[in-house]
Design a protein around this ligand. Structure first.
Ligand code: NZQ
Ligand code: ZN
Length: 390
């Protein structure tokens, strides 16, 4: 049911080929000191770094670099970024990379001037931000997380074996994001398909909640159909602009708060996947892939009507002559064969999981209550065991 809500999304998007040209105009709004945040070097290889630095120096900015943001950014790295930001009094954090770099930039933006330990305040206790926030802008190079237009920021604390996401409010959303689909052409295939599945998972986490006639569900079915269609094209031809641009746009709308309106939202695949990530440091989208089939088969009986709708409206399952259960199961079978076609990881062992970790992963999985079934730890253990047998 669409109850009462407020909707706003302050991120300005610049979309399309060569949209980096808009960076100069954006830079005029901020002071001189720019912190350029990026990952392990892909942007140097594909030339994006050189273009960004040219625009920054051409705009008379002083650039402070913070390189080496790893996938699944760590708390130690966050402390380092906070020092760089504070010491150099940066006016804008410019994140050039994927979700990890964007998430990290947001974490630095709230943590640099935080007088307490940001891990405790913002990630464990989820307190409001009451200190200075440094503005963030993004140039996206990897598609999947939606971090370019949301307040999400996931940090991994290896010492505590915890990977925790925080969803900050509008004031922490990127001020602007530049989305050039051609920047994603150089992604390795493994990262590309992991991102595709991350998008699918974001949509499903919101879709599989509630049973009423909600506009968000119709939007999500459209997004899913577009994603499935375009991803099949992109795996055959990664340089297909139409497919890659559709996917980039779908990813943004999958997790920029719009489709969550009126939904309780589930997020258990992410909770379990993140805990797997804390133990294995595996690629985010692949952790979700490994959990999804056992999880959805487990909750199907509790959300049968919605799984039936999913099978028919998203996977074109023909309902004639089938029971509701058969229709719903046929939908999940279609999903599984699509996942195999893309080359996604369905077996947790390929991510470095083994039996000795399962108890810890289950303990580290936060249990949320917005889905069709509130899981207990035994059910999480059963799902995890299945991921080792897929
Ligand atoms: O580090 P570099 O060298 O740049 O290489 C990266 C990295 O190895 C590479 N890459 C990125 N763009 C490339 C490229 N390689 C070649 N060409 C390009 N154009 O891809 C690898 C993965 O990048 P990463 O940023 O780690 O991936 P992703 O975008 O999937 O981000 C994952 C992080 O986002 C969090 C995840 O938990 C994980 O920590 N999430 C954030 C969310 C949010 N903000 O709302 C929600 C998501 O559910 C997710 O939890
Ligand atoms: Zn995700």
């Amino acid at each position: 049911m669409l109850g009462k809500f407020v909707y706003a999304n302050p991120t300005k998007l610049y979309f399309g080929e060569n949209s980096l040209e808009y960076l100069t105009g954006e830079l005029e709004r901020y002071g001189k000191n720019i912190m350029l945040v990026y990952g392990g070097g892909s942007i140097k290889k594909n030339g994006i770094y050189a273009k960004v630095v040219q625009l920054l120096t051409g705009s008379g900015k002083t650039v402070f670099e913070d390189a080496g943001v790893m996938s699944n950014p760590t708390l130690e790295k966050l402390y380092e970024g906070c020092r760089i930001a504070k010491e150099n009094k940066v006016d804008l954090i410019l994140a050039v990379g994927g979700g990890s770099v964007c998430d990290y930039a947001k974490a630095v933006s709230v943590a640099a001037y935080c007088e307490e330990d940001p891990w405790g305040k913002y990630y464990l206790r989820k307190e409001e931000v009451n200190n200075k926030i440094i503005p963030v802008g993004c140039v996206l190079t990897m598609v999947g997380t939606g971090s370019e237009m949301n307040g999400g920021s996931v940090i991994t604390n290896h010492a505590a074996k915890a990977k925790i996401g925080r969803v900050f409010g509008e004031e922490v959303f990127p001020r602007f994001s530049i989305l050039d689909p051609t920047y994603t052409f150089t992604l390795p295939r493994y990262q590309m398909v992991a991102g595709f599945f991350d998008i699918m998972s974001h949509i499903l986490e919101q879709y599989f909640s509630g049973t009423d006639d909600n506009t968000s569900d119709y939007i999500m079915e459209g997004l899913l159909r577009s994603l499935i269609h375009s991803s099949r094209i992109a795996v055959k031809n990664p340089n297909d602009y139409e497919a890659r641009s559709n996917i980039m746009w779908t990813a943004t709308w999958a997790l920029n708060t719009l489709v969550a309106k009126g939904k309780t939202t589930d997020w258990m695949v992410h909770m379990i996947g993140q805990s797997i990530g804390a133990y294995t440091d595996a690629t985010h989208g692949m952790t979700l892939a490994a959990v999804s089939m056992p999880y959805y088969r487990h909750i199907l009986p509790y959300g049968l009507a919605k799984f039936k709708r999913y099978a028919i409206n998203v996977w074109d399952v023909r309902p004639e002559g089938k029971t509701d259960e058969q229709i719903a199961e046929a939908g999940l079978a279609e999903m599984e064969s699509y996942m195999r076609e893309l080359g996604l990881v369905l077996n947790g062992r390929e991510l470095g999981m083994d039996e000795t970790m399962l108890e810890g992963i289950a303990q580290g999985s936060f249990i949320l209550e917005g889905g069709y079934k509130v899981l207990n730890k035994d059910e999480i253990m059963a799902i995890l065991k299945e991921t080792l047998q897929a």
